[in-house]
Design a protein around this ligand. Structure first.
Ligand SMILES: [Mg+2]
Length: 221
């Protein structure tokens, strides 16, 4: 799997300590609210999110006729969502506190698929919510970037994401990385079981925090 040059360049700017555990944390639906904010955006555009399954395709519908918008329209729509909403996504309950506590024992990097053009806005937003951690704006599946960053330390590495295909991608490229499947939105969490390629499923930061604390202690950290 090839690492995109623009993504690699951001990772090369990280200054990591080889001897401290590393947590690579997704943003949307893990530490920042995504679904609820997307619903607000859709509402403003005469659309709504049906939440019939854990997918955007087929579930974004027009208020006017309840018809799903075409799959090809979704990319542009989500692009516009990030333009308008990146700075306004509220934090997930408990995320800032859990990360602050975990950062006493581990280094934290946010690995997000926010478009590169909105990376600065995302950094500002995270900072505003007391989550001032380095941010890598990835493109596509996360296996390659997680492999690249995981090689920067000699300690346990953790990866936390809501999307099963990212967890699978990391399993394929960096199987030694400990993978946590996390879905913050309660309605979405109900639609999906634990991802096959995850070691643990968490739907709250209380749970994830306790699990990570325990796992770190078991590894001697
Ligand atoms: Mg996400």
């Amino acid at each position: 799997m090839k690492l995109h040059e623009d993504v690699k360049a951001q990772a090369d700017e990280l200054t990591l300590d080889r001897s401290r555990p590393l947590m690579l944390v997704d943003a949307d639906e893990v530490i920042l609210q995504f679904a609820s904010c997307l619903e607000e955006f859709l509402h403003e555009n005469e659309l709504y999110f049906d939440m019939a399954s854990f997918a955007l395709t087929g579930n974004i519908k027009r208020k006017a006729d309840d018809q799903a918008i075409a799959a090809e329209e979704i990319g542009a729509l989500i692009g516009q969502f990030f333009v308008e909403k990146t700075e306004h996504q509220p934090p997930v309950k408990g995320a800032p506190e859990a990360l602050a506590s975990l950062s006493e024992r581990a280094q934290i990097v946010v690995v997000t698929n926010v478009p590169l053009q909105q990376r600065e806005a995302r950094i500002r937003s995270l900072k505003k919510h007391n989550m001032d951690y380095p941010v890598v704006a990835n493109i596509g599946l996360k296996g390659a970037i997680i492999r690249y960053i995981a090689d920067m330390v000699d300690t346990p590495v953790y990866f936390i994401d809501d999307l099963p295909h990212n967890l699978t991608s990391v399993a394929q490229e960096a199987d030694e990385v400990h993978r946590i499947h996390f879905i913050a939105d309660e309605r979405l969490a109900k639609l999906l079981g634990p991802a096959e390629d995850s070691h643990h499923r968490a739907d709250s930061w209380d749970d994830a925090h306790a699990y990570l604390d325990r796992h770190l202690a078991d590894q001697g950290f």
